[in-house]
Design a protein around this ligand. Structure first.
Ligand code: C5P
Length: 243
């Protein structure tokens, strides 16, 4: 773990990152987990970690992998410093919690943590900067999000449209999601204790009574989910000049 150095005498909270990468990615239909598929000449995970580890405000990154993952050391050896690896759990929230627990002995509860999906390799440095600038003084933190553009329909189980949902004020939740380390750890623990499997960090904070902020991010920060997403991500990286 990277040393927090003189953090105890500096009042500014540090910023850490947790990257959950312990999913099976079954919707990709690939033998190889999606974070290890090749994208613009590198593995998906290399792109994701490169952006976070290379960011000057991020002190260290915790990568969360599944217990049977034999591929991570090859990716990790490319990052000489600032990367720590722990084993995740059954659901994404268990994996995130494992990452947060790893930070516990090195970080302060008031420090910020950015949780970012391994499967989102097209994250822009400018979006991280935007989050850090906008949320630095916030009470709860917040998430990167993109406004919903399409008309939304609520359907019955047999596929008949029942209702057109007003999309005003509706957003797609993206990652990173940025919260105080102590708040987030407590909120996820409390959610799990009450049987709530949260699908993102904001949901845990909301359940604890918090009001996370939205920071508008670029919609090209897609999550690789289906095989066709790789070609799209490759195009986005090319447009960003990263391939
Ligand atoms: O499955 P989904 O695409 O929603 O997963 C989002 C991220 O969470 C992925 O990077 C995946 O590897 C991670 N994850 C995890 N532990 C799980 C399930 C998902 O770290 N048990």
């Amino acid at each position: 773990m990277s040393s927090p150095g003189n953090r105890r005498i500096v009042s500014k909270p540090l910023v850490w990152a947790v990257v959950p990468a312990a999913g099976k990615g079954s919707r990709m239909g690939s033998e190889i987990p999606k974070q290890y598929l090749t994208l613009a000449g590198k593995q998906v995970l290399e792109h994701t970690l490169g952006i976070l580890i290379g960011h000057p405000r991020i002190t260290a990154v915790v990568l969360v992998v599944s217990a049977d993952d034999v591929r991570w050391p090859i990716v990790a050896e490319q990052f000489e410093q600032g990367l720590n690896v722990v084993t995740g759990g059954a659901e994404r929230c268990h994996s995130v919690l494992a990452g947060l627990n790893c930070l516990r002995e090195h970080a302060d509860d008031r420090d910020w943590v950015l949780v970012h999906d391994a499967a989102r390799p097209c994250l822009r440095v400018s979006d991280i900067d935007q989050m850090l600038n906008n949320l630095n003084e916030s009470v709860w933190g917040g998430i990167l999000a993109a406004p919903v553009r399409d008309t939304l329909k609520r359907c019955s189980t047999n596929g008949e449209i029942e209702q057109t949902v007003d999309r005003t004020r509706l957003w797609h939740a993206l990652t990173p999601q940025m919260f105080r380390l102590g708040d987030l750890r407590t909120a996820i623990n409390t959610a799990l204790e009450s049987g709530l499997i949260v699908t993102d960090e904001a949901q845990a904070i909301e359940a604890a009574g918090g009001r996370p902020m939205i920071v508008e991010g670029h919609a090209d920060n897609i999550k690789i989910t289906h095989p066709e997403d790789l070609a799209l991500a490759e195009m986005y990286l090319q447009i960003q000049g990263r391939s």
